[in-house]
Structure formats: C-alpha cells, structure tokens
Write a protein that binds this ligand. Structure first.
Ligand code: SF4
Length: 303
C-alpha cells in the first residue's frame, strides 16, 4: 500500500506546476528507496545530476552518502531518500520559502506513507521543518523524538565535502550514531506495543556530542530520560569507524550549501549576531580556487 502511495506521489510530482521551479526542471525528483524504510533521509533540493536523471543524491553528495551507507552496513534499498523540494532550483540556488511550502504536502504524504522510525535531515532546510530558526552548527547530531519517531539533523553532504577539515568530521561522527538511533527506535516501538507512548519532545544525546545549545526539553513522563550512548554500540561502531577511516572524501563545489531557512523578520537580533560570527569565520577561512575544486571533483569521479 505504501509503495502505491509513493508511486502516486511520484506521478503527481512529475507534472506538478505548483511553484516556479517547474519551469526550469529537466526531471522532477520525487525521491526513492524502500516504502517500508526504517530510516528516511531528507535533503534540500535536486542538483544538476539529479535533475538530469530524476533520482536523488546521485552526484558527489550522493557518492558520500553511498560510502556512508556502506560503512554503516546499509544500502539505498534499505532507506528512503528525498528532498524538501522536488525540482532543481536555477543555478542550485537556495529554495525559497514559498517553494518549500508549495512542495511540503508531497513530503508530508511521503513521510506518512513510509512512516519511518528515524528521520535524518541533511542540511538546514530540512532541519528547519523540525527546528524552525535553529542553527545546524549547534543542533547537528542531537536527536529528539516526536510522535514516537526519532529526528536527527546532520550537515548536508555537500557541506561536508566542501569543508573536510571540520564539517566532514562532524558529518561522519553524526553518521556513526545512526545505528544507535535505529536501535533506540526499535525500543520505542516495543514500548508502544505495550500501550505506553513516551512523553515528548525528548532529547537523545549521543555521548560524543558536545552540545553548544540544547533543544528545549519538556519533562518526560518516563522516570528516566532516554539517552543513547555511543558506548552501547561500541563493537559495530568501532568496526565502522575503521572502515570509514579508510577513505577520505574530496571537496567539490557543484552543490550549494543549504542556508538557514529563517527570515530576519522572524528572529532579527539572533540572525544579525549569528551572521556576524559566520562572516568572521568565513573571512578567516581560505577559499579554495575554482581550478583546485574542479581538479578534485574530477578525481572524485574516478571512484
Ligand atoms: S518543487 Fe515541488 S511544488 Fe514546486 S513544481 Fe516541483 S514538485 Fe511542484
């Protein structure tokens, strides 16, 4: 039944004209994967390669995701991968709020049909759905439960590829927590079977996380707060870590880094301060020359 619903959504997306992104698309990218996936990954928007083939995450970002899946003993067929908007924005620009809003019903229906136990958001736009106004640099890797489902924000793979000294390392660390989140989601499912639904929202803090600013925690009905400790899955993660360490990603510039989906009207003071900080960091960080990036991107295609 879920598969039929997803197929129907894909049909509607292919001919959708609800926002201006339909004008420039080659192919719409509804998403793909298992209709019964335990984990759903939600990115930002299709890029060039995705637009050409109508499939999500098949460019350099997708290659990083594939290597992550392999390291975690997962495949694309085990999960579902989608985006907040299904058509490519011109020149890979950020999707506009009205475009995200126009496309939201499709994503809503996909989530309802798949009913994943774990949702991993990739980048700031998909994160904003569950953490409006939140900063990914502070919230990445910190999971919460909502409606019995675990939501965990991660950096977008494109951002990880652009900055492998810092962002990639955080991307990788967050990826290592996914098996523990799946395990935790199964525990929640078992609890629901016995008629008890945990209070929410509930924060699940991987042991490795050094939270800069925690998400607001509402006291749970459960006596003990649920915490996922990396140590609880030490054997498989250690093995995974070794395998991940065998490869090193290379930065590319083809895909646009997602930008916080919040307007200055909504939180003017915070945004202004944050922009100052970010500009200072950006100014201090040396930019890669375009030729260098092109060269690295060419090397990446040799995988
Ligand atoms: S991005 Fe979404 S709402 Fe806009 S045209 Fe494509 S499918 Fe329709």
């Amino acid at each position: 039944m879920s598969a039929e619903v997803l197929a129907q959504i894909a049909k509607e997306v292919a001919v959708c004209t609800k926002c201006e992104l339909c004008k420039g698309r080659t192919k719409a990218v509804p998403g793909e994967g298992s209709a019964n996936a335990t984990v759903m990954f939600i990115g930002e928007a299709p890029g060039y390669h995705e637009d050409q083939q109508g499939r999500p995450f098949i460019g350099p970002s997708g290659q990083l995701l594939d290597r992550m899946f392999k390291a975690l003993k997962m495949t694309r067929q085990d999960v579902y991968i989608g985006n907040v908007v299904k058509c490519r924005p011109p020149q890979n620009r950020d999707p506009k709020p009205e475009e995200i809003e126009a496309c939201k019903p499709y994503l809503d229906r996909q989530i309802a049909a798949i009913n994943p136990r774990v949702i991993v958001t990739l980048g700031r736009f998909s994160m904003a759905r569950w953490w409006p106004g939140g900063r990914i640099s502070q919230l990445h890797g910190q999971a919460k439960t909502e409606g019995g489902r675990i939501i965990m924000p991660m950096f977008h793979p494109a951002a990880a590829l652009r900055d492998q000294e810092r962002t990639y390392q955080m991307f990788r660390e967050d990826a290592f927590t996914i098996p523990a989140l799946i395990e935790k989601s199964e525990e929640i499912a078992r609890t629901e079977l016995w008629g008890f639904v945990p209070a929410e929202p509930e924060i699940i803090e991987p042991e490795k996380t050094i939270p800069v600013e925690k998400v607001k925690v509402t006291p749970a009905k459960a006596e003990k707060p649920v915490r996922v400790k990396a140590a609880a899955v030490a054997p498989p993660e250690i093995k995974v870590a070794e395998e991940m360490a065998e490869y090193q990603p290379t930065p590319v510039m083809e895909e646009t880094a997602p930008v916080l989906a919040v307007t200055t009207e909504e939180v003017p003071e915070i945004v202004q301060v944050e922009n100052k900080e970010e500009n200072a960091v950006k100014a201090a960080r040396p930019r890669k020359k375009k030729e260098d990036v092109k060269s690295i991107a060419e090397q990446l295609t040799m995988f």
